[in-house]
Design a protein. Structure first.
Lengths: 164, 409, 170
């Protein structure tokens, strides 16, 4: 921000309210503890010692949708699961983001049939799609970083328009 | 999208006790989204205070239509579906499928390919048991187990990545052999793993096996008798913990398991702790098999030379017209299988993984049925949780080691 | 065929007049729907087939009589043997007596067949769908049920598929 040098060692910085709020949101983005299929195992790998997602303030997976900000749809969404997934999404408080992890959640993947939604965007709005079957933990972390970039660019004006 | 259905008690009247109808006992939904159901499983519990009177599992939240989809693909292309079936045991599923196809069309497999299959299948069994150990530790509040187990699992996944290029969905086994020979680094990677792993199992055991908190949660919980287990079709470690010595690797050896010296751990208690002990001992036994198979691994071809079923190597296509024709025919049309049906079963980490494969004379299967072990193992849950606390249900559920992809298919 | 299996096959053939088929050392016996419970009881109690390994069906559409084969794969742990019993069922209102009283494992497997093939099991204690949603129409694993394939989204059909994804634009 460049003002520190001018002010000396006073421990004061100036910035906009928007960037402080977005900074807070990106650094404590709690995902929902919710796995569907194969990708959930890679999501667990991303949480575990080798990849350690807690470096990004995300070690806390919340089992309750009421306490989470990010829904990682990790796996294929069946016709029976779709309504449940939508209800979970509706229970999450605003602001919320959705990450479609893997090919099945993004576009149906190899399961082009009667039982699977061809992309979870038929059920909930998606912010970031991560390709791979299943994506490597690095790919998931990259997807999360992409969401962080998106959040950093959000403004109050957008929110005001969205929830008018 | 259809809405969530309104559930009335009438639908479950015949499954709950009389007291539920008067409101004396409580009905509680556990799942489909619940941290300790290991996926998307819904359990409808009838509770008297904290004691479970009845448990009605509701599966199908991950129903993928894998069987139908496999019937719409040729024999080679259907194999990718089996990876995604039981996602902890991807290589074992490949094995069950390729063995069924080989049996149906009567195809030979070179000895080196069989040795590689044994090594990778047993490594996959270890990886699967590690995920089970980590997550069931997590369910019983032993958080560090999860971190330790996934550390070793990463090492196994690195070996898979080395041989196939993928961490989980390898599709490395093909009808007639394996995709290609392993790289030179393979042996060192497996030897490194063999060197450290037994010490790591000791480390896990020192954390759990005699831990009084762990014993309190496990001993005498969820007793499954031999008779009930057999009647419900329970197989695998869950059956062996109830005192039945039945391991398909031992009683009906396939891919050369008869050459290796290993024990099948059997315990008679049938409770959650016995199931834990059986699986931990299996980790050590699998390690023994990997070591022997690696020592015995012969040199030679890794794919059958039968060009009616196995595509030629890339190097031949440029120089031989016949190879080009075989390659083209196999990848466009596929190979025909006889109009007959076979059933082939292998021992997966969860039990008997059977495949009923029926050909109709053409290049696509008429029927693929996957006899998945978790399906039957879960069906017995409602019998063994009666009279236990809700907290014990979590321990029991993790001890029978279900994978929802395996159940719902 | 395994030597040990011969007397068992003969016993079933004599008692139920079962047809018999063999392929790559696997034995298939064909039993009528009315006699299946008796045949299973006999195999379990007298011949030690204590494990019902698999219970499934095969659809031979468009052939109508019989359209389905209900397949019982039995395993004997004591004798280390396997045998497959098949019950031919006609296409119009297929019905088989339930095997739940012989093998408890049949309970969920028969629910699966009801769900996937529409084969009803007489006397089943809990005849509900198991894998599909309750409000689903049709039986997915029947051959006349479409796979439900969706075209990949390209420029020429972009709008058509986009219409099905109302939440994608939020």
């Amino acid at each position: 921000m460049g003002v520190e040098q001018k002010l000396g060692n006073m421990g004061v910085v100036t910035t906009t309210l928007e960037s402080v709020v977005n900074w807070g949101r990106t650094n404590a983005m709690w995902p929902m503890l919710f796995g569907l299929a194969c990708c959930a195992i890679e999501m667990m790998s991303a949480q575990s010692s080798a990849y350690d997602m807690s470096r990004f303030g995300m070690e806390l997976m919340r089992a309750s949708p009421r306490q989470s900000d990010l829904m990682i749809v990790a796996g294929r969404v069946s016709k029976k699961m779709g309504p449940v997934l939508r209800r979970l999404y509706d229970q999450m408080p605003e602001p919320k983001w959705v990450l479609a992890m893997g090919d099945c959640a993004s576009c149906g993947g190899v399961f082009n049939n009667y039982a699977i939604y061809q992309g979870v965007d038929e059920v909930v709005p998606v912010d970031v799609f991560v390709a791979g079957c299943p994506p490597r933990p690095e790919a998931l972390i990259h997807g999360v970083m992409t969401i962080h970039e998106k959040v950093k660019g959000e403004s109050f004006k957008q929110y005001a328009e969205k929830y008018k | 999208m259809s809405q969530i259905e309104e559930v009335s008690l009438d639908k479950f009247k015949h499954l709950v006790s009389e007291r539920a109808l008067t409101g004396e006992t409580m009905l509680l939904n556990m799942g489909p989204q619940h941290p300790s159901t290991h996926g998307v499983l819904r359990l409808l519990l009838e509770l008297d205070g904290e004691i479970i009177v009845n448990c009605i599992p509701d599966v199908g939240y991950l129903h993928t239509g894998i069987e139908k989809n496999m019937e719409a693909k040729t024999y080679q292309k259907a194999e990718v579906m089996t990876d995604r079936l039981d996602y902890m045991n991807t290589i074992g599923n490949n094995l069950a499928y390729v063995m069924a196809v080989e049996k149906l069309v009567d195809l030979d497999v070179p000895v080196r390919a069989q040795g590689l299959r044994v090594i990778l299948t047993e490594l996959q069994r270890i990886a699967s048991h590690l995920v089970w150990l980590g997550t069931s530790g997590l369910d019983l509040a032993a958080m560090s187990m999860f971190l330790y187990c996934f550390r070793e699992r990463e090492q196994i996944l690195d070996i898979f990545e080395l041989v196939s290029g993928q961490r989980m969905m390898t599709t490395y086994f093909r009808p007639g052999g394996v995709w290609r020979d392993v790289p030179v680094e393979f042996e060192k990677a497996v030897r490194d793993f063999i060197k450290i792993f037994p010490k790591r199992v000791d480390e896990y055991e020192s954390l759990l096996t005699k831990n009084p908190l762990f014993l309190d949660r496990m001993l005498g919980i969820g007793k499954l008798s031999k008779e009930v287990a057999l009647s419900y079709g329970v197989t695998g470690p869950t059956l062996r913990a109830s005192g039945v010595d039945w391991d398909l690797r031992k009683v009906r050896p396939y891919i050369g398991y008869e050459q290796y010296d290993f024990n099948v751990p059997v315990l008679t208690e049938g409770d959650t702790y016995a199931r834990y002990l059986v699986r931990v001992q299996e980790l050590r036994e699998s390690m023994k098999i990997v070591e022997q198979a690696l020592n015995k691994l012969p040199l030679g071809p890794v794919r059958s030379e039968n060009r009616k079923f196995v595509p030629p190597p890339r190097s031949e296509i440029g120089v031989s017209m016949e190879s080009l024709i075989h390659h083209f025919k196999l990848w466009t049309e596929g190979f025909p299988a006889p109009k007959a049906s076979i059933y082939n079963a292998v021992e997966s980490p969860r039990g008997e993984l059977g495949l009923l494969l029926e050909g109709d004379g053409g290049p696509k299967p008429l029927r693929v049925h996957l006899r998945t072990p978790s399906f039957d193992n879960l069906a017995v849950l409602s019998q063994i949780v009666k009279g236990h606390l809700v907290a014990d249900l979590v321990a029991i559920l993790s001890s029978i080691d279900i994978v929802l992809g395996d159940i719902d298919r | 065929m395994d030597k040990k299996l011969e007397p068992i096959v003969k016993a079933i053939q004599d008692k139920f007049g079962a047809a018999y088929e063999e392929f790559r050392d696997e034995v298939h016996l064909f039993v009528n729907a009315e006699q299946i419970v008796d045949a299973l009881t006999l195999l379990r109690d007298e011949q030690n087939f204590e494990l019902l390994s698999a219970l499934t069906a095969v659809d031979y559409y468009p052939q109508e009589t019989p359209r389905f084969h209900v397949v019982y794969q039995l395993t004997s742990l004591a004798k280390n043997l396997s045998v497959q019993i098949r019950v031919p069922v006609n296409g119009s209102s297929p019905k088989v007596p339930t095997a739940t009283r012989v093998y408890s494992a049949a309970n969920w497997r028969e629910r699966e067949l009801l769900d996937m093939f529409g084969i009803e099991f007489d006397g089943h204690p809990d005849p509900r769908r198991i894998l599909s949603p309750e409000d689903m129409e049709g039986h997915p694993l029947r051959k006349d049920f479409p796979l439900g394939y969706e075209e990949p989204q390209f420029t020429f059909n972009f709008d058509e598929i986009d219409l099905r994804k109302p939440y994608a634009k939020e």
